[in-house]
Design a protein around this ligand. Structure first.
Ligand SMILES: [Fe+2]
Length: 371
């Protein structure tokens, strides 16, 4: 039976070379005083921040810059950005960066307009006042945050990642200009593209998947798998462009489906061991898919295997520099227990998108298989 299809994306999405120059002027129709947020280095060192500043100045727009969002952002990053926004009396945030910058900007947009602490707003629709609008300009090719209803933030109090979730934090305008990826380091391109691939696959396996999201999932998997080697190792621009498009489509998917337990499993690798979000997901992916095949998802995994051979992921990882087991990143069997404990906590939300749940012993089996 065809599952009910719901699709809602209250955002203008533009994709293509030169989109920043063409569409950034639209910011004027959204707000008068933008706070431009970036991470620690890439936007400035690549010259991109400079380009944005020149463009805003040429439009006579009064703006401020906040630089230094952490790559694994915490509640503290959100508070700092919110304070910068309040001090400047900003009425729009222009988020220029990867998923961390965009997520923090979306969460700070809530904090600026609502009186509580960040912890008050984790969960579904937990705030009352309309957040500040966000314009997202992604500089990596994987998070999909430019088109999603989520902001994923580390809550040190809970020692896990938590999510602010609301249709009201979806950026009003997403500008995807593939030219920004020309200077993205290959390792980051590989990690973020693999994050996109995980979104497409996890979204495909989610209870909330429908016919339309599966179209985007399949196309996203094909775009990323067909082009990732040429993009990462040979830096072929047309291939980079296609991977970027694949990551956008995966964003459309998870905005509706959420992710499943692979993201939850990987949280511990990112939080405790500092492994990049996308790389951590990529590392878990083949092992988690094999486990799922044996644990209630055989039909769904067979469907995935018609597009993507799971074992071929290991060959791919060799070519694009993604570690294929835990030993390669210095994690040993002594770490399996703590990773499994963290996975149980990290998966609380994603189990809602699955037809079965797993306990600590299941995670011990999966992480042990990853050694
Ligand atoms: Fe992700």
């Amino acid at each position: 039976m065809l599952r009910k299809i719901k699709f809602f994306l209250p955002a203008r999405v533009v994709f293509g070379r030169g989109s920043i120059e063409e569409f950034l002027p639209y910011v004027r129709s959204i707000g008068k005083k933008p706070l431009v947020t970036t991470g620690r280095r890439f936007a400035r060192e690549s010259g991109l921040l400079d380009t944005i500043c020149k463009l805003l100045k040429s439009l006579d727009i009064n703006f401020r810059i906040f630089e230094g969002v952490s790559p694994e952002p915490t509640v503290d990053d959100c508070i700092k950005v919110a304070n910068a926004g309040k001090n400047f009396n900003a009425d729009v945030i222009v988020a220029l960066g990867g998923g961390s910058v965009i997520d923090v900007s979306k969460a700070a947009a809530v904090l600026i307009r609502n009186p509580g602490d960040m912890q008050d707003y984790f969960g579904e629709e937990r705030f009352s006042s309309e957040p500040l609008p966000v314009v997202a300009i992604p500089t990596t090719c994987g998070s999909g945050s430019e088109v999603t209803r989520y902001a994923v933030i580390i809550d040190p109090q809970a020692n896990t990642k938590r999510t602010v979730s609301s249709e009201r934090i979806i950026p009003k305008l997403a500008i995807l200009d593939p030219l920004v990826l020309e200077t993205l380091p290959s390792s980051l391109m590989a990690g973020t593209a693999m994050d996109g691939l995980c979104h497409a696959i996890e979204g495909f396996l989610s209870n909330k998947a429908n016919h339309l999201t599966k179209i985007f999932s399949r196309e996203s998997i094909n775009l990323i798998m067909d082009n990732i080697i040429g993009a990462v190792t040979d830096r072929i621009f047309e291939k980079i462009e296609m991977v970027f498009l694949g990551s956008l489509y995966a964003g459309f998917v998870i905005n509706h489906t959420g992710t499943i337990f692979i993201h939850g499993m990987a949280y511990g690798l990112a939080i405790k061991y500092g492994i990049h979000h996308g790389t951590a997901n990529a590392l878990c992916l083949p092992y988690a898919l094999k486990f799922l095949k044996e644990h209630g998802y055989s039909n769904e995994i067979e469907e995935i295997e018609r597009i993507l051979e799971i074992d071929k992921l290991f060959d791919l990882y060799k070519k694009i520099g993604i570690p294929s087991n835990l030993n390669k990143i210095g994690i040993t069997k002594n770490d399996v227990f703590i990773l499994s404990e963290m996975a149980v906590k990290g998966c609380e939300r994603s189990f809602r998108n699955m037809k079965t749940t797993f306990d600590r012993d299941d995670f011990v089996k999966i992480f042990s298989s990853m050694l």
